[in-house]
Design a protein around this ligand. Structure first.
Ligand code: AHR
Length: 506
């Protein structure tokens, strides 16, 4: 099959929002405990932070990390996680049927985030709590001192404010599974009043209202409309969450899920703008896609599934430790492409989660840490997408899918950095069988040459299910894409079947 992409350096979408390359650390399963934090591990520093995991996080390059949940946050008392470790209460976490020791809390996360060089995106509990606890937390975190909550922070060892700019007003409160589930009107009012009170403590913060937990929610669309009708003036973003998986061996449809992600984003943009127009607002609310990934939620009956774990009460049980294949990594690459294509409105995005729990990084208790296949597209795009997002004209051979009809065989996004003179094209070939002869016409981009071309595809001796296991952690990775070159002012490349490639030009 074949495809032609036309790029014109003057046709841009937006600056690359660096917060698009976010991740998520929840008190869930082994993301915190035995993930980023494991006192006593041979690689742990004096604070219990695993240096092996930290170095993989730095390599992957997330810019912002959402914390501490997730469903967990809707029953969490943040005060439990601050103060002398010995005095912290042990609690039941109802969301994941887990015992929470509170050994790790806000101060530990702030210290860890500094080490990892990431911005913090703090979620508050609007399931069981409200305005008072939220404004207390902003005062605790961001007020310099001389008041009750800020002095408590200082007493707990942090003289300087944490200066957390980005806050989530709860989590998935449209979902019946959520502790403190609400109707859109109940949540809209609560979000509005909580946002107002938080900004009265610190008016420099940015706030994310809860959107739909996924596009299939019965309230999708009306939820966003009602919530924003109440809270449009007080909030800066509305959230989106989406998880995708392959169903019944239908790889073609799975590989086309970015089509669904595109439509989901465009639907939320339309709803935001409808509320903006009706309310005669001038300010622009944007999207925080603060949970997205591949997650095998159905069809698996392994021991790390929530319904299995809930038979007992344990600390840090294995929970949803999905192992990702080449196919999953290519799909993740197309999701990153979709997010980048919508970077004018999706200004924040968080792959869920960072370590062990549906994560690009895995670690074993007392043992090794390694990169899953899905690590690679994230790492490459987080590092290379710089400058302006380009608007692409794509014409491609089609693939027929059960769920989405005919879709383009190639899925692409690109960035142009005026300062460095670098053009980067991110392009997936969704075909399972055929390579794709790609031509990229370059308009207004002078005499660029290909400086590097790499691809993530089926490894030699492997198949589309090949994954990175602890025993073979480098099976799936980026490898050179031979033959990418400029011919008559256009880039020519042959994309392998089932691949996600990066072509860098200068
Ligand atoms: O990321 C796993 C879970 O998925 C989160 O806790 C929740 O917000 C979502 O349903």
């Amino acid at each position: 099959s074949h495809a032609r992409i036309t790029i014109d350096r003057d046709y841009t979408i937006a600056d690359v929002p660096r917060r698009l390359f976010g991740s998520f650390v929840e008190h869930m399963g082994r993301c915190v405990y035995t993930g980023i934090y494991e006192p006593g591990h041979p690689q742990a520093d004096e604070r219990g932070f695993r240096k092996d995991v930290l170095s993989l996080v730095k390599e992957m390059g997330p810019t912002v990390i959402r914390y501490p949940g997730g469903n967990f946050v809707s029953g969490y008392l943040w005060e439990d996680g601050v103060g002398p470790a010995a005095d912290r209460p042990v609690r039941i976490d109802g969301a994941w049927h887990t015992i929470e020791t509170n050994a790790f809390g806000l101060h530990e996360f702030v210290d860890w985030a500094k080490e990892a060089d990431v911005e913090i995106m703090e979620a508050i509990n609007l399931g069981t709590r409200g305005v008072e606890e939220a404004r207390a937390l902003v005062e605790y975190a961001n007020h310099p001192g001389g008041t009750y909550w800020s002095d408590l922070r200082r007493k707990n060892g942090a003289a300087d404010p944490f200066d957390i700019k980005l806050w989530c007003l709860g989590n998935e409160l449209d979902g019946p599974w959520q502790i403190g589930h609400k109707t859109a009107a109940e949540y809209g009012r609560l979000a509005q009043e909580t946002a107002k009170a938080m900004k009265l403590v610190d008016d420099s913060i940015e706030l994310v209202a809860v959107g739909s937990s996924n596009r299939g929610m019965p309230t999708f669309g009306t939820w966003e409309h009602t919530v924003l009708t109440h809270a449009y003036d007080e909030v800066d973003y509305i959230s989106m969450h989406a998880y995708y998986q392959e169903h019944d061996g239908d790889a073609e449809s799975f590989l086309a899920e970015a089509v669904e992600m595109d439509a989901f984003i465009e639907g939320v943009v339309a709803t935001i703008d409808a509320v903006k127009a009706a309310g005669k607002h001038t300010k622009q609310v944007d999207i925080s896609f603060d949970e997205w990934n591949v997650w095998y939620q159905s069809g698996l009956d392994t021991e790390d599934q929530p319904h299995q774990v809930s038979k007992s009460w344990r600390t840090h049980p294995r929970l949803i430790e999905d192992t990702y294949s080449v196919t999953d990594a290519v799909v993740v690459g197309t999701f990153l492409n979709s997010l980048l294509r919508h970077g004018d409105r999706v200004r924040i995005a968080n792959q869920a989660q960072l370590v062990n729990v549906i994560a690009p990084i895995r670690s074993e208790e007392g043992g090794a840490a390694w990169r899953q296949s899905t690590f690679w597209p994230f790492e490459r795009m987080a590092r290379l997408a710089r400058g302006q997002i380009l608007r692409l004209a794509v014409s491609s051979s089609q693939i027929s899918t059960k769920r989405y009809g005919d879709v383009d065989a190639v899925d692409a996004a690109a960035t142009w950095d005026e300062e460095t003179g670098r053009l980067v094209v991110f392009v997936a070939n969704r075909s399972l069988e055929e390579s794709n002869d790609l031509t990229v016409d370059l308009r207004g981009l002078g005499n660029l040459r290909v400086t590097n071309a790499e691809t993530l595809t089926i490894p030699e001796d492997g198949d589309r299910f090949t994954a990175n296991l602890e025993s073979a952690p480098d099976s799936v990775r980026m490898v050179p894409l031979p033959g990418a070159e400029i011919v008559d002012g256009a880039v020519r490349a042959s994309l392998p079947p089932l691949s996600w490639s990066v072509i860098e030009l200068e």
